[in-house]
Ligand binder design. Structure first.
Ligand code: GDP
Ligand code: MG
Length: 163
């Protein structure tokens, strides 16, 4: 079977923007199962001659800090179950948050391969913004920009290396 990549992270960090850039028009049609919340979207991608399935998590809009944390936690758990490699997305503009640390601990315990993608690095002058994310403990963070489409090749190189 094809390897599965999941994108996890807080709401608003840019997961869906990057997912859409990676899949292009390769959105997978998944039948709704009764009783299953459809808060994930499946697509497929290709890079360096390798094809993979990719999951965008966190599609359902929710309010309130507790609800958001509950949902981010649940998505991280599902991603850990389903994925071969996890893209853990954080936001250079907001910096590191407690929610990021909590997700990091869950991912760390899972022992699944993780690549940290620091999104919203919209200009090279702000590359310094990625250094604080080394403290998450998953090695070198990859700077990307969903707005400009930069860094996505480097991100996929790092992901494929861990497959
Ligand atoms: P998600 O909730 O993690 O799926 O995040 P979205 O993909 O919906 O993006 C949240 C917001 O961040 C949207 O307004 C995007 O346009 C914006 N956004 C996404 N990527 C970037 C980026 O690289 N730079 C900037 N400045 N904004 C971005
Ligand atoms: Mg989204």
């Amino acid at each position: 079977a094809r390897p599965v990549i999941a994108i996890v992270g807080r709401p608003n960090v840019g997961k869906s923007t990057i997912f859409n850039r990676i899949i292009g028009d390769r959105l997978a049609i998944v039948e709704d199962k009764p009783g299953v919340t459809r808060d994930r979207i499946y697509g497929s991608g290709e890079w360096s001659g390798k094809t993979f399935s990719i999951i965008d998590t966190g599609g359902i809009e929710i309010d309130g800090e507790d609800e958001i944390m509950k949902s981010v936690r649940m998505q991280a758990e599902l991603a850990i179950e389903e994925a071969d490699v996890i893209i853990f997305m954080v936001d250079a503009k907001s910096g590191l948050t407690n929610a990021d640390d909590e997700v990091a601990q869950m991912l760390y315990r899972s022992r699944k391969p993780v690549v940290v993608a620091v999104n919203k690095v919209d200009n090279i002058g702000r590359m310094d913004d990625i250094y604080e994310f080394y403290s998450l403990g998953f090695g070198q963070p990859i700077a990307i920009s969903g707005s400009h489409g930069t860094g996505i090749g480097d991100l996929l190189d790092a992901v494929i290396e861990k497959l």
